[in-house]
Design a protein around this ligand. Sequence first.
Ligand code: TMP
Length: 266
Amino acid sequence: MTRRKKIYEGKAKILYEGPEPGTLIQYFKDDATAFDGKKKASLEGKGVINNRISEYMMTRLGAIGIQTHFIRRLNLREQLIREVEIIPLEVICRNIAAGSLSTRFGLPEGQVLPRSIIEFCLKDDKLHDPMVAEEHITAFNWASPQEIDDIMAMTLRVNDFLCGVFSTVGITLVDFKIEFGRLWENDFARVVLADEISPDSCRLWDSTTNEKLDKDRFRRDLGNVIESYTEVARRLGIMKEMPTVIQGGRPSNDDDHRASNDDDKE
Ligand code: TMP
């Protein structure tokens, strides 16, 4: 038995070499961090839920013509993805004031913004992911002007789509963070959506009560983190048998029948 090659380990995911050139396996960990890793915990089942929610969103975005790195889910915690060259930016899109926007500008959390706002942060924990302007991005060659245009257009499409998907299940998409990568085809690089879309990277509020159903429950010690992530998955109609999956770590009756390999590699 040879051990598979680890390509990269982040705070919430691990990338392994894929079965074919140009592919990788993205493994979702249970680890949760906040404040640049200063706050840490392991939340049992988080990786399983985020794998499923991200699969669902990437698949649906692919169906409306937004290219992503996602190929298919392999098992409870892993998905096969295309290998991309990650653009070192965290692209944040906001519909409602919350979090660091509220802090920076003294806006009450929950205030609807006059229009959706896109912000760019440099992906660098050591520097605390500083916010950057397009001037910095192009001057330091993190992305070209054309790539910035593509990223902004795609982010607004993702925002419109996600707002719709969540609103039909009684959830308000307050804000989210996405990442992009370059998919090389001969000498041309196409910008595609990468990383994940999950309650770790979105602010999701119950549309009626404004109850938080996302990682702010962990950041702010609100409790019931996994229960809230599970509720998001339940409302989206995925992981109907979540409790079994979380407790046993094994596929439940209706779960994972499409997976090529149901081993939860832990
Ligand atoms: P912020 O209000 O803390 O700047 O966060 C904006 C959005 O980005 C929110 O949905 C949470 C998400 N986010 C991440 O996914 N990763 C991060 O490291 C940070 C700081 C925020």
